[in-house]
Design a protein around this ligand. Structure first.
Ligand code: GLU
Length: 552
């Protein structure tokens, strides 16, 4: 064990003592059973939908037990940090209603008593505990160079031993005070390592709150706990920061993805050495993607839908995404109506152990069903809020024609048994409803346009002109449609397919083809919502104007 003066000399003189930190961050005053959870994203890239999922689970478990949900930014790897990451977190978490109870990222900035909540601002706290472990002899400075480390693992490989820094392979584990002083005098950089009691081949078991008893190989490595003395800010590794932060923030359930499961032995050793009560874990299965016949992890690099921005840019309504994610977490919730699923707390015993599949087609169906239930003004508000960020032209158009917008949205949605489901996401609006708005509609001016099908251009022009001249707007749906029938008859179209098929040469087409002239002229497409209802939203003048556009 190194002399206390030597150890203390390795650290800034003004570090607090552990007892002061215990006092500054006292146990929380919460009811029995209240869960304190946290989400600890690293600002190293875009926000991943899996992160949103983990955050949702963490927040949900805390809130359903009257506990606290903390957002902690794990920014100890400053070389991998990306610009503007905090703003991205805020945006993503705000958009999906995951504002933390404590943290210093989200706006309006909530703050708690257990911060700072950026690990980069907690350097002194970690150093206090590294110093403490060194004082007790359960951590030590390691001056090994990269080359020396490589030589150690080469030798281990030759002997077919597990590679790593442990036991007799750890040159600085039992270094004498003189050796340490000499290395320091030479100005050699050092990291701090944990002095693990684990032995190669030993087993470890713990109870995961989601998986039950899990057994695996114990840790025998003297893991690095404090990064190199050469770094500008002396920060800890993930393992050490996890132990210190989750103890001092009084977390009692760590929800994180399965990739960390194999680190639990190391973490439990660190908690024990630090004299902390161990924390409980729930390791979530990662979100997966179906590719061909097999499943793989949703990939940040390969899959657009891995990014939270994908959902925001597409404009999936937030409740639909929340509903979908809750169904992935607890499959039972996919079977109950949306409002009930959003109001039902997630249960740890209902998570599957296989990674749930993210399927954007399924999400689109859920989302279209959800939008179909919303009253027109809510649909309009959803589209507008999305467009305000992603499609300014649509905002202008909606604001210029609010009544038309509502009338358009109501077509075949109000008072019908099966409301139309044209929108799965707000970005579908332009495609599905754009034709209602003069600003977004391009007049069909060419009678030879392929949307008119096989019909002769001259006939298309004549039919459109005739309807424009004789157009009667008033009346109910059957009355209105009768004028299309009459129009078809006047121009020699067969009244129905059966008649037409008997003698195709005798007719230019059938009623459907004549109606298609009106449909394409009025909506720009061969398929549209009920044409009569469309004309109610557009008004007589606009209908006639569009018909005339075809006649040149
Ligand atoms: N910062 C870690 C990550 O980004 C979080 C792991 C944890 O929640 O403990 O994966």
């Amino acid at each position: 064990m190194l002399d206390r003066a030597l150890v203390d000399g390795l650290f800034p003189a003004d570090l607090p003592e552990p007892a002061e930190l215990e006092e500054r961050y006292p146990p929380r005053d919460l009811a029995a059973g209240a869960l304190v959870t946290r989400f600890g994203p690293s600002p190293t890239g875009f926000v991943h939908i899996g992160g949103l999922y983990t955050a949702m689970v963490s927040r949900d478990l805390a809130h359903s037990t009257d506990g606290v949900y903390v957002l902690r930014i794990e920014d100890t790897d400053q070389s991998r940090e990306v610009e503007g990451a905090d703003a991205q977190f805020t945006r993503a978490f705000d958009a999906f209603g995951l504002v933390p109870d404590e943290g210093d990222t989200a706006l309006p900035a909530p703050r708690g008593e257990y911060g700072p909540y950026h690990q980069s601002q907690r350097a002194a706290i970690y150093q206090t505990y590294v110093r403490e472990l060194m004082r007790q002899g359960t951590a030590y400075p390691d001056f090994a160079t990269k080359d020396e480390l490589a030589q150690i693992s080469d030798a281990q490989r030759t002997l077919k031993l597990p590679t790593g820094y442990y036991g007799r392979w750890a040159p600085w584990r039992d270094a004498s005070e003189d050796e340490v002083r000499a290395a320091l005098d030479e100005g050699r950089p050092w990291v701090a390592r944990f002095r693990s009691e684990g032995k190669v081949g030993e087993r470890f078991a713990f109870t995961d709150r989601l998986r039950g008893r899990v057994e695996m190989e114990d840790n025998h490595n003297d893991v690095v706990i404090l990064k190199s003395s050469e770094s500008p800010v002396r920060l800890p590794t993930y393992h050490f920061a996890h132990a210190v932060d989750d103890h001092l923030m009084r977390t009692n359930l760590v929800v994180r993805t399965e990739e960390w499961l194999s680190s639990v032995p190391t973490h439990r050793q660190l908690f024990a050495a630090l004299g902390f009560d161990p924390v409980d874990y729930a390791h979530l299965a990662p979100l997966m993607k179906q590719e061909g016949g097999s499943k793989r992890k949703l990939s940040k690099r390969k899959d657009a839908e891995a990014a939270v921005d994908y959902y925001l840019e597409a404009g999936f309504p937030v409740p639909a995404v929340q509903y979908y994610l809750r169904g992935l977490a607890n499959p039972r919730l996919a079977e109950v109506p949306l409002a009930e699923a959003l109001a039902t707390p997630l249960r740890l015993d209902e998570f599957g152990l296989a990674g749930p599949l993210v399927d954007t087609v399924k999400l689109s169906d859920i989302s279209a069903d959800h939008i179909a239930t919303l009253p027109g003004p809510e649909v309009l508000a959803g589209v507008r809020a999305w467009a305000a960020e992603y499609d300014p032209e649509v905002v202008k158009v909606l604001d210029a024609n609010p009544e038309l917008a509502l009338a358009a949205i109501d077509v075949e949605r109000v008072g019908v048994e099966n409301p139309r489901k044209d929108l799965a996401k707000w970005s579908d609006f332009r495609e599905a409803y754009g034709f209602f708005f003069p600003e977004l509609f391009t007049d069909v001016t060419d009678p030879d346009d392929e949307r008119f099908g096989e019909l002769d251009a001259a006939l298309v022009r004549t039919v459109a002109a005739d309807l424009a001249d004789t157009y009667t707007h008033e009346g109910d749906q059957p009355t209105w449609f009768q004028q299309i029938r009459d129009l078809a008859t006047r121009h020699g179209f067969a009244p129905n397919p059966k008649t037409y098929k008997k003698d195709p040469d005798a007719y230019p087409g059938m009623l459907r083809d004549a109606a298609n002239v009106a449909r394409v002229a009025i909506t720009g497409a061969q398929r549209s919502p009920d044409l009569y209802e469309v004309t109610r939203a557009l008004g007589a003048d606009e209908v006639v104007r569009r018909l005339r556009a075809v006649t040149g």
